[in-house]
Design a protein around this ligand. Structure first.
Ligand code: ZN
Length: 202
């Protein structure tokens, strides 16, 4: 894990949208394959797509570091996690803001990352829904007590202010889009976010 002051992100988060699971269309496997050739940073693929049971495996086989699917879309999430891991990727499970965590605690035992959505998936630039931090706190508690073994990740509306709330709630991986790509100096923005998160987590 990179230290504070590091201007490089740890992972590159890639939002894959299919215009069915969410009302937006972004990119798919061919672009991810090109990205894998263009960066040595691990790719964190967030699949906002229907039928991840069928499509997710291709991203793992292509070499994505972490492949996250939505619990609202997965038909057999336990089997899917096993397939992703067998293909050499970490398995990630994401929950939309309105989806509770409790029904999926057993499923989460099979996953390496939990991606808590802090906006409705589909578009960038939305504001942060603080209510979802309860799910991050629950996950953190379960990890700290040894019931789950996963990285708690948050996605949506993360900026200099919200990253502190998220870090205090126990999140340890933060997806920042507009706060980095919209900054005058994206590298400096990464370092500043990292610093704020580290300070708030102490
Ligand atoms: Zn995402």
């Amino acid at each position: 894990m990179a230290g504070t002051g590091d201007t490089r992100a740890d992972w590159v988060h890639v939002d894959v949208m299919d215009n069915h699971f969410v009302p937006n269309l972004t990119l798919g496997l061919p672009v991810v394959q090109s990205l894998l050739k263009a960066t040595d940073l691990p790719l964190d693929c967030h699949l906002m797509i229907e039928d991840p049971d069928h499509w997710a495996i291709g991203y793992a086989e292509a070499g994505a570091y972490n492949v996250t699917v939505h619990i609202e879309a997965a038909k057999d999430p336990v089997k899917l996690a096993k397939h992703l891991r067998a293909a050499g990727a970490k398995a990630g499970l994401s929950v939309k803001p309105g989806t509770p965590l409790e029904p999926y605690l057993d499923v989460l035992k099979h996953y390496d990352t939990l991606l808590v959505m802090s906006v409705e998936p589909g578009f960038g630039g939305q504001s942060f829904i603080a209510d979802v931090l309860d799910k991050a706190r629950t996950a953190r508690r379960l990890v700290d007590t040894g019931h789950l073994k996963l990285v708690v990740e948050i996605d949506g509306g993360i900026n200099a202010e919200t990253i502190e709330q998220a870090a205090e709630a126990g999140v340890d991986c933060f997806v920042a889009g507009s706060a980095v790509y919209g900054a005058d100096d994206p590298a400096k923005a990464v370092a500043a976010l990292r610093e704020r998160a580290a300070r708030a987590a102490r």
